[in-house]
Design a binder for this molecule. Sequence first.
Ligand SMILES: Cc1ncc(COP(=O)(O)O)c(C=O)c1O
Length: 381
Amino acid sequence: MISSRVERVEESATMKSSKRAKDLISRGVDVINFTLGEPDFDTPANITQKTIDAMKSGETHYSPAVGLPALREAVAQKLRTENKIDTKAGNIMITPGAKQGIFEAMMTLIDEGDEVLLPDPSWVSYDACIRMAGGKTVWIPTDPKNKYQPLDDLSEFITPKTKMIVVNTPCNPTGSVLDKSHLLEIADLAIDHDFFVLSDEIYEKIIYDKKHVSIASLDNMADRTITINGFSKAYAMTGWRLGYLNAPASVFPSLEKIQSHSISNVTTFVQYGGLEALTGPQDTVMNMQKEFKKRRSVLVDGLVKLGLQCDMPDGAFYAYPDVSEFGTGAEITDRLLEEAQVAVSPGIAFGESGKNNIRISYAASVERIEEALIRMEKVFS
Ligand SMILES: Cc1ncc(COP(=O)(O)O)c(C=O)c1O
C-alpha cells in the first residue's frame, strides 16, 4: 500500500529520543532534555515585529514561488559579502526551512541508483532524502582523532555513479568544522569526477575559534555546488520554517519546478521576517554565540571530568562524547534517561561510526547543564 520510496525510510531516531523525553515531561517527570536541535532563545523582537507589520499591512497573498525579490536580493548580497560566493538574486530560492531545500536538491539531482557520498556520522535527514530520491548512500569514514575531518583519500569511494557529496560544516552531530585544505580536496575531486556538492551551512554562525569557509567560494565550484542555509539556528527561528538555497543556473529551473508544484511559496509575511533578520541589527546573533560558547565549556569540561572522551567541538551546539568505557551509545542513552532523567540522542542515529557515541545538545541554560552533569554521575561512575 505504501510506496517503496517511503518504505525505504525509517523514523528519525533523534525524533524518537525527543518524543520519549517529551512524553515523560508531559507526565510531570523533571527530564533535562538534550535531544533538541534548536536554540532555546526566542526569535529577536525586531524580526517578529517586522513580520507582524507585514501581516497587518496585507502581505498575506502568494509570493513568487522562488521568494520575494527583496529577500532574494538580501540573501545574494549576504552570500557575496560574507561567504565570498559569486552569485546573484536569480540563483537564490527561498525555501520553507533548510530541510526542504535539501529535499528539493536531492529530488532534482539524484536518479534511481545514483550514489551520494555522505560522511559518517551525518545529520539524520540526508540519508533519508537520498533514499527517497532513489539514490544510494555511500558512507565515507571520518577521523574521530582529527575532529571528524574526512580521511585524506576519498577517491576510492568514487565510481561512475557518484552524483553528489554532502558537506556539512559546522557539522551536526560532531560540531566539526572542515578545514579549508579538506574543502579544497573535495572540490578537486568534484571537478575531476564531475559530481555536485550539497553544502549545508546552517550552523555557520555558531562557530567558535575557527573561520567558516563556503565550498562554493572556491575556484570553479559555484557551478557545481548547491549551498543550503536558513534562519532556524542563527536567528532562533526553527518554527518559522524559513531557509534558502543558492544553486547554479543549470539546475535552478528544475528546483523551481519542484517548489512551485509542491509548496507554491514560503509564507509571504514570514519572508519579511527573514528580510529583517538579514538586514537588521546582528547583535543577537553574537550574543547567542557567546552564550553557546560558555555552555560548551561547562558541558565538555564536565564530561571529561566524568571520564568521557570528548573533544571541544568547533561549531554548532552539540557535544559528541565517546561513551564506550561505559556501554554502547544506545545503552547509555537509555540509562541516562531511566537513571538520571537526562535525555540525549544515540550516536548510531547518525551512522554506524556513532555506535559508541551520544549526542548532547547544549541548547539549555548553564544551570541545567550543571544539574545534568551532577545527575550523570550516577551512570558514569
Ligand atoms: C545539519 C542540519 N541541516 C538542516 C537542518 C534543518 O534546518 P531547518 O530548520 O532550516 O529546516 C538541521 C536541523 O536540525 C540540521 O541539523
